[in-house]
Design a binder for this molecule. Structure first.
Ligand code: GLP
Length: 261
């Protein structure tokens, strides 16, 4: 796992965006795994800058969102379908029909979840998956004790997650109780994963995911099993890491040919 510690949330976004941009520059029809939440916003801001500068285009790329709420209408401003359309598809210039979001409104949710995994496979698999991490260590909406082998499926949101996400709704009661999320097994199949975190609220979860034991109790620790995982952090999110100096040393001495710009 590559751990990169930088000075600010904006720099987290820029460094992580460089990874995604490299993939898209090499393969304009790349398949991108898209995360919602506040953590990846800086990535999308920097990718937009690159699109505007003519460095890359998402016009031929394919996108798959990580997760979706179950129990709110598609047109709700906080449905992840709305968030992805607003924060990712429009600003980056994706072709809307080439971006999929799990169908949290399906009559048969179990089939819809299976179909989602099948659609990812049919698209050739995800080339680069963008991820944030929850304060309880979740990735996507894979709450603690999610199986490392799990596929896209329905989950019940942990009380802490509902509390954390209440800021996007008028009250905690309006935060859905259920969601559909790519599984940890689904996420681990992406060819590359880039996880971003900033702020002290994430420090414990980040340390447990990177340096703690492999445990479904900390879903983010599943990334230790991935052969091409990068974690980009600001100083606050990196505060509980025991080997922070080693990660800084490694990054500072990274061979020039391995550095994305
Ligand atoms: C959300 C999302 C996750 C996200 C995490 C952290 O509920 N389902 O994909 O990574 O929780 O959110 P934030 O980045 O807003 O802190």
């Amino acid at each position: 796992m590559e751990i990169i510690i930088v000075a600010s949330p904006a720099e987290v976004g820029r460094v992580a965006a460089a990874k995604v941009a490299t993939v898209v520059a090499q393969n304009p029809s790349a398949v991108i795994g898209l995360a919602t939440g506040s953590s990846p916003q800086g990535i999308y801001v920097d990718l937009r800058r690159r699109v505007q500068a003519g460095e890359i285009t998402f016009a031929h790329a394919r996108g798959f969102a990580l997760d979706e709420y179950v129990g709110i209408p598609l047109e709700h401003p906080e449905s992840y379908a709305s968030v992805i359309a607003r924060d990712v598809v429009a600003p980056l210039g994706f072709e809307p029909t080439r971006v999929s979001v799990p169908d949290g409104r399906a009559v048969d949710l179990e089939s819809a979840a299976k179909d989602y995994d099948a659609a990812i496979r049919a698209a050739g698999g995800i080339d680069v998956q963008i991820l944030g991490i929850g304060a309880n260590g979740h990735i996507g909406f894979n709450e603690p004790t999610s199986s490392f082998a799990s596929r896209t499926r329905i989950k019940t949101l942990a009380p802490l997650t509902r509390q954390d996400n209440a800021r996007f709704f008028d009250s905690i009661e309006q935060v859905p109780m259920h969601c559909m999320t790519q599984g940890l097994g689904t996420i681990l199949e992406a060819r590359q994963v880039v996880l971003v975190a900033h702020g002290s609220a994430k420090a414990q979860a980040v340390a447990a995911a990177i340096e703690g034991p492999l445990s479904s109790f900390v879903p983010g620790s599943a990334l230790q099993l991935h052969e091409h995982a990068t974690v980009v952090l600001d100083e606050e999110a990196a505060a509980d890491l025991q080997l922070a100096d080693y990660y800084r040393y490694t990054y500072a001495n990274k061979p020039a040919w391995q550095v994305e710009h």
